[in-house]
Write a protein that binds this ligand. Structure first.
Ligand code: 5GP
Length: 449
């Protein structure tokens, strides 16, 4: 069952309430990885490595959250802001749950990394981190797919992201989160007073850095023209970039950066703006969802499946037809001459049952004979009662997808246990252990009597 499952279900409910005009959901679904853990992979569990990367003789602290599964995995390099108080670790964890490795470094001279912090050094550090991930020995050790390295960064890190991506064509894509156009600040320094104001603005953020505000402002005055964001973003050309702006912070400035980058050759920039502050304090889930949805383009497995046509000839080779004919196995909970109910192999919740007609060749609810549908629904009701009794449920959900959200072209009703307060997951569920399916089927079957 996939995200389209809920989208399809929502469409069904909305259509029933208000007609087909509301069939298109306005809000994109929250990816499962944002809200749910994955089952533990015993052979290749998710893990964390902490190490140091040597950059021009300084040891830079790095952590790598490695994704579960044999891999190799696409990998996100994350670059923090100035000084990096907002760690964005929640984003990295969610990205890792989505199947990505996620690496984070602290620039030279920040948060205990050796060396001196400067804008120029941080650019070198970002590029070195990309090179470290692409190094065949590191890629093999940490199951990194070097052809799918994406860089993301917040604030100053957004700038560093554009810098690293512009410098290295191995970077497949870039995510700029309320990115700072560092060099733009040069124009605000016109005299001693404005220079002092710039220094005073930086001072509260420098304690975690081996840097002085005076030195950073001097660097800005000297190198500011090379620290402009739009020309770097433009250098991505056809490579995809996601710009996520915070409306209450750098969002308006990001809009102008994107416009200039597009004019200068960036042809695959996606923009989104969230009504929040620079730290996305009240939009963490939205931020994670935007990033993970966008990252989906690098993962063919997660590409949305095209909808099944609503009208088409019945395909007798579909998996449910094979189950009816006994050609494929299923843990059955009920069967009579017209209807079959069996465990979903990838349940949304333990006890998830599918109910199908054995005699109808309907692909969806539009082409089933109402008399056949009535027989199916009578069994849906029985299964619901049995699930409540056998599993001690407080409630359950009946769902049915047509076209969009549907993966098997034989009409089927889902009868799904619900747990109060637990969201209905929106993405692919893991296949259950057959022993668990068998045991749960036995309980429900017994309660059907
Ligand atoms: P749909 O997405 O079409 O609404 O739902 C199809 C459901 O069938 C999914 O929840 C999926 O897990 C389930 N399913 C797909 N293949 C099989 C199978 O071979 N056996 C069983 N028992 N369920 C299956």
């Amino acid at each position: 069952m996939t995200r389209k499952f809920i989208a399809g279900a929502c469409a069904l409910v909305l259509a029933a309430l208000a007609g087909p005009a509301l069939a298109e959901p306005k809000v994109a679904p929250t990816p499962r990885a944002v809200v749910a853990d994955n089952p533990r992979d015993k052979d290749h569990p998710a893990d964390m490595a902490a190490f140091q990367v040597d950059i021009q003789g300084s040891k830079v602290n790095a952590i790598l959250y490695t994704a579960a599964g044999a891999g190799p995995h696409p990998t996100l390099l994350f670059l923090h802001g100035f000084p990096g108080n907002e760690t964005n670790i929640d984003l990295l964890q969610a990205v890792r749950r989505a199947g990505w490795n996620a690496m984070r470094i602290n620039y030279r001279g920040s948060w205990g990394s050796q060396g001196k912090f400067s804008y120029g050094n941080a650019r070198v550090d970002a590029a070195a981190a990309v090179a470290w991930l692409a190094d065949p020995a590191n890629a093999a050790k940490y199951r990194v797919d070097a052809s799918r390295i994406v860089v993301a960064g917040h604030s100053l890190g957004g700038f560093m992201t554009a810098s690293a991506a512009a410098a290295d064509p191995r970077v497949a894509g870039a995510v700029l989160i309320d990115a700072a156009d560092i060099g733009a600040r040069k124009a605000t320094i016109v005299d001693a007073a404005s220079r002092q104001a710039a220094i005073d603005r930086l001072r509260p953020d420098t304690p975690p850095l081996v840097a002085t505000p005076e030195g950073l402002v001097a660097e800005l005055e000297r190198d500011g023209d090379q620290l402009r964001l739009a020309p770097l973003l433009a250098k991505l050309g056809q490579r995809p970039a996601l710009v996520i702006g915070a409306e209450l912070a750098l969002g308006p400035a990001n809009r102008k950066v994107v416009e200039a980058a597009r004019a200068a050759g960036a042809s695959a920039v996606t923009e989104t703006y969230l009504p929040t502050d620079h730290s996305f304090s009240d939009a963490r889930i939205a931020l994670e969802s935007e990033v993970i949805r966008w990252l989906g383009q690098f993962d063919p497995k997660s590409a949305p499946r095209p909808p099944l046509p609503l009208t088409a000839a019945y395909d007798p080779s579909n998996i449910f037809a094979r189950i009816i004919r006994g050609e494929a196995p299923a843990y059955k909970v009920y069967e009579d001459k017209d209807v079959l109910a069996f465990m979903d192999r990838a349940p949304m919740e333990p006890g998830h049952v599918l109910v199908i007609s054995k005699t109808s060749k309907a692909r969806n609810i539009l082409d089933i004979d109402p008399a056949d549908l009535a027989k199916v629904m009578a069994v849906v009701q029985k299964v619901g009662r049995a699930e409540v009794q056998a599993l001690g449920l407080e409630g359950f959900m009946v769902l049915q997808n047509n076209g969009v959200g549907q993966s098997v072209p034989h009409l089927h009703m889902h009868v799904i246990p619900r747990v109060a307060g637990k969201p209905a997951y929106l993405a692919e569920n893991a296949a259950a252990d057959p022993k668990d399916l068998e045991a749960t089927a036995a309980k429900i079957r017994a309660a059907m009597k």
